[in-house]
Design a protein around this ligand. Structure first.
Ligand SMILES: NC(=O)c1ccc[n+]([C@@H]2O[C@H](COP(=O)([O-])OP(=O)(O)OC[C@H]3O[C@@H](n4cnc5c(N)ncnc54)[C@H](O)[C@@H]3O)[C@@H](O)[C@H]2O)c1
Length: 252
């Protein structure tokens, strides 16, 4: 028996990285999980891993920048599982190492459309189901936003928007029994490895002052924090952010 038995979850960007860790943690607690990603191969791989654990899983190919594709993704989750209880807006693309004055229109489009805009698309599409008795939304922020990391201006602006939409949706949707929270993770993934391989000096910078001297894990750390916020013990917690960063206040 898990704390999320019979719950239905959507995790965006779960074809790898943090999203795969979150999807796995939710599945281990008994949730049926829809894995939404533009990378369909990755989504299918995650789904196969969850099925091997004995969970129900559905891989969905979706470009979350397009609201029509988001609506279709939510519809296919409802068709397959009968509703939506837990929504994790995890995917967020963007370019790093861009001086603020060199941020392009394309940078803004990519990071805002995959970040705050896609989060709203999914929340809007899932709302009719989230309000039917059990609704939890968990959005992804970043420590890089709270202690601004240089070279990540567009991304940090987008994460700031996610902070705002998390708080206002929590306020408005409390009346429907829906909680809306965020996590700000600092865990090692393939993308994080690529970033630190390209910027080795940044690893020392962000590791300084870390209270817990180990690398974070996508499933055991970020995933378990999401399980808590999605579960029965967090029904009185809304509009807040849990940093899962070893006390660094940074993003690694
Ligand atoms: N890794 C960390 O320590 C860390 C730190 C701070 C914040 N975060 C946040 O956690 C989340 C996941 O980070 P990650 O490191 O796993 O990133 P990642 O780049 O490894 O994974 C992102 C996933 O989103 C998918 N994706 C990208 N564009 C998409 C689109 N248009 N439509 C659908 N799917 C799309 C990708 O295919 C990928 O599977 C992000 O919101 C990120 O900002 C991560």
């Amino acid at each position: 028996m898990g704390t999320l038995d019979s719950r239905i979850a959507i995790v965006t960007g779960a074809g790898g990285g943090v999203g795969r860790g979150i999807a796995t943690a939710l599945a281990r607690e008994g949730a049926s999980v829809a894995i939404v990603d533009i990378n369909f191969e990755g989504a299918k791989e995650t789904a196969a891993q969850l099925v091997a654990l004995g969970a129900e899983a559905l891989a969905i190919e979706c470009d979350i920048r397009e609201s029509s594709q988001v609506d279709a993704a939510v519809a296919s989750v409802v068709e397959r599982f009968g509703g939506v209880n837990i929504l994790v807006n995890n995917a967020n693309a963007g370019r790093s190492q861009v001086p603020f004055e060199e941020i392009t229109d394309d940078d803004l489009e990519l990071t805002f459309r995959t970040g705050p805009m896609a989060s709203i698309y999914f929340m809007r599409a899932a709302f009719p189901y989230l309000k039917q008795g059990y609704g939890r939304v968990i959005n992804l922020r970043s420590g890089a936003e709270m202690i601004p990391l240089s070279g990540m201006g567009a991304y940090i602006a987008g994460k700031g928007a996610i902070a705002g939409l998390t708080r206002i949706a929590a306020r408005e949707w409390g009346a429907y029994g829906i909680t809306v929270n965020a996590i700000a993770p600092a865990v090692m993934t393939e993308a994080a490895k690529r970033y630190f391989d390209a910027n080795p000096h940044k690893l020392a910078e962000v590791s300084q002052g870390k209270a817990i001297a180990r690398t974070g894990d996508a499933e055991a750390d970020a995933g378990r924090a999401v399980v808590f916020l999605a579960g029965p013990d967090a029904s009185y917690i809304t509009g807040t952010t849990v940093s899962v960063d070893g006390g660094s206040g940074f993003f690694m």
